[in-house]
Design a protein around this ligand. Sequence first.
Ligand code: NAD
Length: 336
Amino acid sequence: MQLITLIPGDGIGPEITKAVTAIFAAAEVPVQWEEQNAGQTTFDASGELIPQALLDSLEKNRVALKGPITTPVGKGFRSINVSLRQKYDLYQNVRPAKTTAGIASRYADSGIDLVLFRENTEGLYSGLEVYDEKLGIADSFNRITREGARKICRAAFAYAAKHGRKKVTLAHKANILKMAGTIMLEACQDASREFPQVQYEDKIIDNMCMQLVMRPEQFDVIVTSNLFGDILSDLCAGLVGGLGVVAGANIGDDMAIFEAVHGSAPDIAGQNKANPTALLRSALMMLHHLGQHDKADQIEQALNLTLQDKSKCTGDLGGSASTSEFTQAIIANLGK
Ligand code: NAD
């Protein structure tokens, strides 16, 4: 039985977590949850934002499923997500975006099926900032290391090769960010030599944004640096139905945290209205990561069937069902 650290999070986190664990139990997925929370609720109760018990659990189990966490604005809190990514070198942020029958979007008929690899620990999110109060100047450093670039570019190509994907596109700004951009370009060129069966192209980030909006179906695997990836990953989510339905994972060489990428939705918390699809899809990515492909496929099939019946879907998907009704409908569709 695989032990998984379960971080319910804040706001709607506990409700969507309950939905996922109920579906996993009904599908008899051989995992055991070890619950350890972090975030605002934990801070209010214990004075700790990330308790040591959670870190111990992560270091023991090496795999976690995480709900959304409230990040208080302007209280000096460092984002828990950013802290965990950097502490455990979870250098890959992997975000699939695929059109799904039953999920409305402007591109519903486009057949989008792409996976974005965002570098997750460096770039403008390195935390290297200097503010000179006298001069009124803030400098944020866009640190890109050869090793960091090598690892994320190689991960994107290795994923493409393993999953029979045809093409990797690097999104960059090497025409202006000559040094940092060139490191990413060279890292991708090296990776493409290692995986010659995968086609490689690069696009300047501004053109990439336009292409993604005009003809998203041309993309397969995308790799990019941290800030560009943060923006592109939400753009890609918007192409296929929004943050409430897309999965996300933070992956390192020896630890992976799968997470809902939307926030804690305080406006609907505790009302049995939240859509658990994003967390469920992240949990299915986790099952694939653990090699439990059959269980993942079985649950995905039940989810896809449920999404096609609006009467069983939550409000954000155009239905009127509660979180628990949607969850029960997925369970009823298991094995169909
Ligand atoms: P949000 O994603 O929580 O909510 C934006 C809108 O989307 C709200 O109307 C909300 O009701 C809706 N929504 C989000 N998830 C939904 C779901 N699963 N089902 C149905 N509706 C859903 O964004 P926000 O309001 O900007 O942020 C709220 C808090 O979440 C903030 O403290 C923010 O820092 C935090 N946050 C955390 C994460 C994370 O932990 N990964 C990500 C983003 C925001």
